[in-house]
Design a binder for this molecule. Structure first.
Ligand SMILES: *[C@@H]1O[C@H](CO)[C@@H](O)[C@H](O)[C@H]1NC(C)=O
Ligand SMILES: *[C@@H]1O[C@H](CO)[C@@H](O)[C@H](O)[C@H]1NC(C)=O
Ligand SMILES: *[C@@H]1O[C@H](CO)[C@@H](O)[C@H](O)[C@H]1NC(C)=O
Ligand SMILES: *[C@@H]1O[C@H](CO)[C@@H](O)[C@H](O)[C@H]1NC(C)=O
Ligand SMILES: *[C@@H]1O[C@H](CO)[C@@H](O)[C@H](O)[C@H]1NC(C)=O
Length: 860
């Protein structure tokens, strides 16, 4: 029955094929070949004979783009996935007359129909005659002799000139016949195939391995091929479906993968963000599934732990020095910057040196290593022992019992250690005999050396025990104070395993470091998020996910894998800080925890991207409710008063209660977020430290802040202090009471802004008129009057007249306290052009700061 069926199908297939062959010339059905007499025009495509790949003209920028390219993509996949582009740097104009042709001598030429110029051509070594160009089933576009039955002698092939994608069967690396070292280089942007900054390329020196670089700078390396996989890619496991191959001989040094199931597709690419990714097409779901990517974690970063440092994501801090080494720069090391690496305690003396065994290692950079594939393990060890400049050795091939020899005579750079179950391989490292560790029978220390080691081990154990006791005591005594952080920790515990990979637990770790003159005994490990996780969680930072845009960058709503909602602030690129400086700053900021501050959950630093991850607050920002006619009635007096008091307490904490003083410098309604119970939370605190240097008090050339909330001394002279925040707070209080924005508020009779208006009504004794009518009943008259008075006290012109936040909190909270009479406020009006000076008659003083005119006014 089954056989009959098959036969029937077979016949039918033959019949169709016959008709197809017969009709082809008439219908001009797609073919896979172009010849000198049959070029490819803009409305035609070539299709490989198995219908998998298609070659033609396309516009990656979308239908309206006038930049055309010739490329190859998967025919069946709707969402066009280009795997190769011919003229990646030279787009064609939109002219219909563009053609791809092959000359009689075998050169492919792509001509722009509008200009008549050739925008791309294939490199030709030897001229030939009777040639055709064919798109093969592998996706390789080749130039070959017309009657070449073996189909092996290609005059040119697209596989020799990859763009950003490696296909099955395509080789990355060096080939002695062509002299090419084939690399893959990212697109500039998702719509511009021009070569971007990121390249994945084999370095053929020493023991070859593949490097991901950003321009010249190394970001990540695969680790050397160890006969089974790359030593830095433990998750690389051949299966029945996919296998990997690495050639290292005098003819070629190359990497390739193969797929053994025709219905699946797989491709490896460098994306425009510098991420190396393998995607696999799942036909049943019709999606590209990301199968693997790198760099994955901090330890994949080339410079993370420096020379002689070992990176290990399972420990905290993640950098450690090899035994017998100490951090080169202890301060930077304590601040979690390991990039300076480690230095030796004891000099080597060659004769008595021993070898420590490091297991599960990603081998150090092998560019400068010596390799001999024919040596055995014993020969390798004795060669290293004999040569005093040998720093480390291991087998170059770990399959079977191990063979081959790699020797490092230079510094050991970019090592990482995996958990035992994950992979990596053994590395033998030369150390002075006093630093040798007994393990696995390597090294043969004399008895005195052993005694020393036992003593040392005992010392270390006692030390650790002592440290633990001290740590526990410290921890218990500080427990109440750090409840917030402990909560973070247990919450994170509860999340899925996958998220733990990205969301390292917040921890309290002893540190000797002093901050701003205060000794801190705890330091937060700031959870790091992975760029791709955030990109995925925000649908690639889509506009739909955007919550808002501020001076420091855009804010997006993100939903993490386990469903947790967070807000992601993608900082604008000109934050002016280096990565480490930035991380240190964040560690300080992350330690600030208060009911009225938005909680910082983590950060993400990925190449040029810097992002902050905050808790997500349901009710968005205060200004979106307060200044919205439909919504403002939500805020009855009780709620407004709670918001004012909450902001005051948050600000007081920043100014005084926290362990180092933070001046917000940009307090305003849009920086106050409201949770589901309308509890106010100050956001963006600490941004001034990141964007404007870390001065706590003083003078700055860069005025960050928002006109309308800025105190006169800050706006005009760049002088800031806690009192400039108090001024902004005063403006905010008056805005909350009145429901009106300070900037843009314009009263026809008085030509005054909100502050001037409030001041005038106060002087006239009619300040209750200020109360926003949408507050409704009931309200406490004394609270309203107190808020107005405190608001006016906070915006007084002279900084020394303004209360500090502690006093302001007291004033707001006490029924009985008699408050001082406010003096005249300082005013900062909004943007005003010089030619529109219709207000000027009311002002005594006008000055210009940063092209913005700021006016001080005396309302009397
Ligand atoms: C990558 O290969 C292309 C040729 O396909 C070459 O033009 C480019 O310079 C190479 N890039 C690097 C970084 O070697
Ligand atoms: C390999 O790396 C070294 C050091 O970065 C560099 O000098 C050399 O040119 C590289 N070789 C290749 C083939 O890229
Ligand atoms: C190839 O993959 C398809 C879809 O996953 C599967 O149904 C089929 O059995 C596979 N074929 C082989 C030979 O493994
Ligand atoms: C020791 O190793 C260095 C670096 O590999 C090499 O230049 C030198 O010739 C070696 N010396 C001996 C005696 O083998
Ligand atoms: C590695 O060693 C295995 C077992 O000895 C051998 O079969 C294999 O060919 C070696 N691989 C390389 C690349 O030398």
């Amino acid at each position: 029955m089954i056989n009959n069926n098959k036969e029937y199908c077979f016949h039918q297939f033959c019949f169709l094929l016959l008709i197809f062959q017969f009709l082809r010339p008439i219908l001009a059905l797609p073919t896979d070949t172009i010849t000198p007499t049959q070029p490819l025009t803009k409305d035609q495509t070539l299709v490989s004979s198995d219908q998998l790949f298609e070659l033609g003209f396309f516009t990656p920028g979308g239908a309206n783009s006038d930049k055309w390219y010739v490329g190859i993509w998967y025919k069946e996949i709707q969402d066009r996935t280009a795997v190769w582009v011919a003229n990646r740097a030279n787009p064609l104009s939109s002219s219909a007359k563009s053609v791809l042709k092959i000359t009689e001598t075998g050169t492919l030429i792509l001509t722009d129909g509008q200009t008549g110029n050739s925008v791309w051509s294939s490199e030709q070594k030897t001229p030939a005659t009777n040639v055709v160009a064919q798109l093969l089933e592998s996706g390789n576009f080749v130039v070959r002799p017309e009657n070449d039955e073996t189909k092996q002698s290609y005059l040119w092939q697209s596989f020799d000139y990859p763009t950003d994608t490696l296909l099955p069967g395509m080789r990355l690396g060096w080939d002695s016949k062509t002299g090419l070292n084939r690399n893959i280089t990212s697109w500039k942007t998702p719509t511009d195939p021009a070569p971007g900054d990121y390249t994945f390329k084999i370095n053929t020196s020493g023991l070859p391995e593949i490097f991901l670089t950003n321009k010249q700078e190394i970001m990540y390396r695969s680790g050397a091929w160890n006969g089974i996989r790359f030593s830095g890619v433990p998750e690389m496991k051949p299966t029945e479906i996919i296998t990997f191959e690495f050639q290292f001989n005098s003819d070629e040094i190359s990497y390739m993968f193969e797929l053994h199931n025709k219905t699946l597709y797989s491709r490896l690419l460098v994306n425009h963000n510098g991420l190396l990714e393998r995607y696999t097409w799942i036909p049943t779901n019709s999606i590209w599934n990301r199968f693997w990517y790198a760099p994955k974690d901090q330890c994949d970063s080339y410079t993370e732990c420096g020379v002689s440092g070992i990176c290990d994501t399972n420990i905290s801090p993640i950098c450690k020095c090899m035994v017998g080494y100490k951090p080169k720069n202890q301060i930077a090391w304590d601040l979690r910057d390991g990039s300076d690496g480690c230095v030796r305690f004891h000099k080597l003396d060659c004769e008595t040196d021993e070898f420590n065994v490091l297991r599960n290692m990603k081998l150090p950079d092998t560019t400068w290593s010596f390799v001999d594939k024919n040596m055995n393990s014993d020969e390798c060890e004795s060669m290293c022992r004999k040569n005093c400049s040998c720093m480390a050795y291991t087998n170059s091939n770990i399959s079977g019992s191990g063979s081959g020899c790699v020797i490092w005579s230079s510094e050991l750079i970019d090592m990482r250690q995996y958990a035992a179950a994950e992979g990596g391989q053994v590395l033998y490292v030369r150390v002075s005999s006093s630093d040798a560790v007994q393990s696995g029978g390597v090294g043969s220390g004399n008895s005195s050396g052993k005694t020393k080691k036992v003593a040392m081990a005992a010392g270390i154990t006692v030390g650790i025990a002592l440290l633990l006791v001290v740590f526990t005591l410290c921890f218990l005594s500080k427990r109440r104070k750090y409840q917030g952080s402990i909560r973070t920790k247990s919450e994170n515990r509860g999340t899925s395993e996958r998220s733990q990979e990205f969301l390292m637990n917040a921890a309290i770790i002893p540190s000797k470091r002093e901050f701003s003159g205060e000794t801190s005994t705890e330091e937060f490990e700031l959870p790091l998020f992975d760029f791709s996780t955030l990109a995925m969680a925000t649908e690639n930072f889509s506009d739909a996910a955007k919550l808002g845009q501020g001076g420091f960058g855009c804010v997006y709503k993100a939903i993490l894998v386990e469903g947790q909602e967070v807000a992601v602030k993608r900082l604008s690129k000109n934050s002016g800080q280096g990565v480490e400086e930035f991380k240190n700053e964040l560690r300080l900021i992350a330690r600030l925890q208060h009911r009225n501050l938005v909680r910082l959950l983590g950060c993400c630093v990925d190449m040029e991207e810097k992002m902050l991850i905050y808790e997500y607050l349901e009710n968005k920002s205060l200004d979106s409710i307060l200044f919205n006619k439909q919504k403002s009635s939500l805020l009855d007096w009780q709620r407004r008063f709670n918001i004012i008091c909450g902001i005051a307490r948050g600000l007081l904490y920043l100014h005084q209660d926290s362990r180092f003083r933070i001046i917000h410098r940009d307090l305003k309604a849009s920086n106050i977020l409201l949770d589901k119970d309308l509890t106010p939370k100050i956001s963006d605190f600490g941004m001034a430290r990141i964007f404007g240097g870390d001065e706590t008090e003083g003078n700055t050339k860069r005025v960050v802040g928002t006109y309308g909330y800025m105190s006169p001394e800050y706006a005009m002279d760049g002088l800031f202090s806690v009192k400039s925040d108090v001024f902004s707070f005063g403006v905010l209080v008056l805005e909350i009471v009145t429901g009106k924005k300070n900037r843009g508020f314009y009263n026809q009779n008085n030509h005054l802004n909100l502050l001037g208006h409030a001041w005038r009504l106060w002087k006239d004794g009619t300040s209750l008129e200020l109360l926003d009518p949408s507050v409704g009943e009931p309200f406490s008259l004394s609270e309203v009057m107190r808020c107005i008075q405190v608001g006016l006290l906070c915006v007084q012109e002279q900084a020394e007249d303004r209360p500090n936040m502690a006093t302001a909190v007291l004033m707001l909270g006490s029924e009985s306290a008699s408050l001082p009479q406010p003096k005249n406020p300082g005013f900062c009006l909004g943007r005003r052009t010089l030619d529109s000076d219709s207000y000027s008659t009311n002002y005594e003083e006008t000055c210009t700061v940063n092209q913005v005119t700021v006016t001080a006014i005396d309302g009397r």
